[in-house]
Design a protein around this ligand. Structure first.
Ligand code: NAP
Length: 502
């Protein structure tokens, strides 16, 4: 009997997916950087080491930047159609490698296979969107108000970009940055999170095979992100940094980028309020609440962090949400019938536990707590808290876990005051059957995105991003491409054609 026949099918898929991961992708070839060490990647469902990848040094990162600077100009001169065709080939390849990518996401992040497949599709959709956007006309032509000059604006790629991504949706975040950068004609260095480098490495490998030239896209995996990124940002060859991650790290990067007046995009933390008014459709509100809370097990920047529920519907909403949360089956992401995988690591579990305990000590009640498997793995029980006071830490910190914190309100003004009482402004949700109220409340919510009777705001065609300390710039939609373009204005003599064109 061969080795492969002795393992269960799930293990076989995992082994095959892991065996296919390149150990490192540097300046011009797939190779582990010499003589650097290796990073060990662990499976959050078991705590076991599952793969090693290159642990890049600052010198490796500078080599990647050198390659990006060298290869960038030729890529910038390719036709929009050629870049679009390359991205379309990448989309096809992502679809062809859907299972392999999904397995890697399940193994490195812990999410269920169903959710991981959804992330692969979502990521491929971003690549497709920017393949389509690449050939749209960019720039405009107009005549100055006094008629004396003609104004032409031309979109140019900003140049080599550093793209830093978080661990919670590693493939989708890589695609949301790499695709517009490449479509605009930029070269890019992708810096994935230390916990989740595997899907990014395979994504880059597929991009290379789809025709992205060597050096135009590199991946720097490292256990020393602070030093590596600071070194790249200080280098004159880098023209832009795009970051998705926490607000504290975003502030550090903004300071560093400020020294070089570097172009930045910042997709930072959130603290999304989910407002349920008395007139909301209860069934819809609970359904959308589960999506807003439990997509990615609550480990999402747009996850509902605070449920603000009006007094007249609060008891029914809380009971229905508790029923749904306790019915969730928790286990390893690859197991059939599992709805929720583990959190990403021990720190994530400790943070969720601390926030639940703090809320309880301040008077909140635990109304639901689903069972979790015994044994290894970073599992946290889906939990519902009711009567959470405004001073509980969970109201100001992202829980990033399967905890629904419910507070009650009586008036619209009170709900809005509480919803806006945060330094963040990424996403917010309004559940109401009153269209006028929906528009009024959405208008007064201080956030970059508002879901109206919907718990899902992410869409490739929409400008995703926040206000206040949730970030700068937008990803997705046509806006996402502009983040990688600079507009040059050409001033020319005006055309003084006589009336009638004679
Ligand atoms: P994080 O700790 O800020 O890390 C994000 C990325 O930055 C990782 O690649 C990390 O590398 C790297 N990094 C850490 N310190 C750095 C430094 N000093 N200089 C340069 N890079 C550094 O965030 P996370 O815990 O991975 O992700 C969760 C956060 O991301 C949450 O706050 C969430 O809301 C936010 N997020 C926002 C969006 C959005 O679109 N607004 C989307 C997803 C997530 P290492 O992992 O190796 O430390």
């Amino acid at each position: 009997m061969t080795d492969q026949l002795q393992v269960r099918p799930a293990q076989k898929d995992a082994k095959e997916a892991l065996a296919s991961v390149p150990s490192g992708f540097l300046a011009d070839s797939w190779r582990a950087p010499a003589p650097g060490g290796v990073l060990t990647v662990e499976d959050p469902a078991t705590g076991e080491a599952i793969a090693t990848v290159a642990d890049c040094t600052e010198e490796d990162a500078l080599a990647a930047l050198g390659a990006a600077a060298t290869a960038g100009p030729a890529w910038a001169l390719t036709s929009p159609r050629e870049r679009a065709d390359t991205l379309h080939r990448l989309v096809a390849s992502m679809h062809a490698h859907r299972e392999r990518l999904a397995w890697l996401l399940t193994l490195e992040v812990g999410k269920t296979l169903a959710e991981a497949r959804g992330e692969v599709d979502y990521a491929a959709d971003y690549v497709r969107w920017y393949a389509e956007e690449a050939v749209r006309p960019h720039g405009r032509s107009t005549v100055a108000p006094d008629g004396r000059s003609h104004i032409l604006t031309v979109a140019e790629p900003v140049g080599p970009c550093l793209l830093i991504t978080p661990w919670n949706v590693p493939l989708a975040m890589a695609a949301r940055k790499v695709a517009p950068a490449l479509a605009a004609g930029c070269s890019a260095i992708l810096k994935p999170a230390e916990l989740t480098p595997l899907s990014s490495l395979v994504f880059a490998e597929l991009a290379l095979a789809a025709g992205v030239p060597a050096g135009v896209l590199t991946v720097v995996t490292t256990s020393a992100p602070a030093g590596v990124c600071a070194r790249l940002i200080a280098d004159e060859r880098l023209r832009k940094v795009s970051f998705t991650g926490s607000t504290p790290v975003g502030r550090i990067l903004l300071q560093q980028a400020g020294q070089r007046v570097l172009r930045v995009s910042m997709e930072l933390g959130g603290n999304a309020p989910f407002l349920v008014f008395d007139d909301a459709d209860l069934e819809l509100a609970v359904h959308e609440a589960m999506i807003a809370k439990m997509r990615m097990g609550g480990q999402s920047c747009v996850a509902a962090n605070r449920f603000l529920v009006q007094d007249g519907i609060a008891d029914r909403f809380t009971a229905a949400l508790a029923e749904r949360m306790t019915a969730i089956r928790v286990g390893p992401g690859w197991e059939d019938g599992v709805d929720l995988g583990p959190l990403v690591d021990a720190r994530a579990v400790a943070k969720a536990a601390r926030l639940v305990e703090d809320a309880r000590e301040r008077g909140a009640t635990v109304v639901a707590r689903a069972p979790v498997p015994d044994g290894p793995g970073w599992y946290f029980p889906p939990t519902v808290l009711d009567h959470v006071p405004a001073d509980a830490a969970i109201c100001s910190e992202e829980v990033f876990g399967p905890v629904a914190a419910i507070s009650r309100f009586s008036t619209e003004d009170e709900a809005l005051a509480r919803a806006n009482d945060t330094e963040h402004g990424l996403a917010a949700y309004v559940l109401t059957s009153d269209f006028d109220r929906a528009r009024r409340v959405a208008g007064r919510l201080q956030s970059g995105m508002v879901g109206i009777n919907r718990g899902l705001v992410s869409n490739v065609a929409a400008p995703f991003g926040g206000i206040k300390q949730s970030g700068l710039g937008r990803e997705g939609g046509p806006e996402g491409l502009h983040e990688y373009q600079q507009f040059k204005y050409l001033s020319m003599p005006g055309f003084h054609a006589p009336a009638g064109g004679a």
